[in-house]
Write a protein that binds this ligand. Structure first.
Ligand code: ZN
Length: 304
């Protein structure tokens, strides 16, 4: 375990809220973003620019962007699926980084974004190029990298090849996403190591869902294998409207608790995350899956 620090990315405002039936107000989304910044997050996935009839929760993308705080030290990420979405994101003038998604299998790529897996790689590369042409940066995520809800097992060689092709476009990093929460830590160790070697010196980001309880173990395995950037969502909120049975992201406060206890610095303030998780639970109107926020503080908090 060589890593002493990781970069934390809060994805609650987008991936977290996307699958919630309760439509969260723009003001509450902005509150969530401001709370994430206050807790230390310097990269935040704030919204997605997708078809609002398919993802109604993200219909206020432009309004969210208009309300973002003026923070040059924070990178605001907007997820886009195609050139039209990229145009919308760039037009806000508030997005720093475009997030593009390529999906590892044809069936899921078709369900998620209406194209083949190869088509989704080409689209992601085009989005990264659009970001760069507009003076922004781009990142790429490989969805269903560890397993597909429709096709089952995903060939690791396929994911490595996709990562190589995506790297040609010059993204800031490439992420491996366990969209449906099926990965195991040994698989994560293998695939992160292999992709890292394939795209060196580009860093690897990881994105886990805790559908089957392996989320934190997978974060630990990924960090051990050299993944430098970790996505998480406050409270463990999240899912995917196009992946049957997908559950929440790994919870920000659970990830931060585990890593900080293990002396891997995250730059995040656990007390603030716990307080914000309780706030978010009230907004959503149900108990959130994250565990640390429901447990007694350990060790006892030193802040007021
Ligand atoms: Zn996700």
């Amino acid at each position: 375990m060589a890593a002493t620090q990781i970069e934390f990315v809060e994805v609650g405002p987008r991936d977290g809220l996307q699958n919630e039936r309760t439509v969260v107000s723009t003001a509450d989304k902005l509150e969530l973003i401001n709370r994430a910044i206050a807790a230390g997050a310097r990269r935040i996935e704030v919204t997605s620019f997708v078809n609002p009839t398919r993802v109604p929760q993200m219909a206020d993308a432009a309004e969210v962007c208009a309300g973002l705080p003026d923070r040059s030290d924070v990178s605001f990420i907007g997820l886009v699926m195609n050139a039209r979405g990229a145009d919308r994101a760039i037009a806000t003038g508030r997005i720093d980084q475009l997030g593009a998604v390529a999906v590892a299998t044809d069936t899921f790529a078709m369900a998620n974004q209406g194209q083949t897996s190869d088509g989704s790689v080409d689209a992601a590369k085009a989005i990264i190029a659009m970001a760069q042409a507009a003076g922004l940066t781009g990142q790429a995520t490989i969805g269903a990298a560890f397993g597909c809800p429709f096709e089952g097992e995903v060939d690791e060689a396929r994911v490595i090849e996709m990562a190589r092709r995506l790297a040609e476009a010059g993204p800031v990093e490439i992420a491996l996403a366990d969209t449906i929460g099926v990965a195991d830590p040994a698989q994560v160790d293998r695939l992160v190591s292999a992709v890292r070697a394939a795209i060196h010196p580009l860093p690897v980001r990881v994105h886990f869902h805790n559908t089957r309880g392996t989320g934190l173990a997978n974060v630990w395995a990924a960090v051990g294998a050299g993944a430098g950037i970790v996505d998480a969502a406050l409270g463990g909120l999240g899912g995917c409207p196009f992946a049957p049975g997908a559950a929440g992201n790994v919870s920000s406060e659970d990830v931060v608790y585990m890593l900080e206890r293990a002396h891997v610095a995250t730059g995040m303030d656990l007390d603030q995350l716990i307080a914000s998780s309780a706030w978010l639970s009230d907004i959503i109107g149900r108990k959130l899956p994250g565990m640390v926020a429901q447990a007694p503080r350990f060790p006892k908090s030193t802040s007021a």
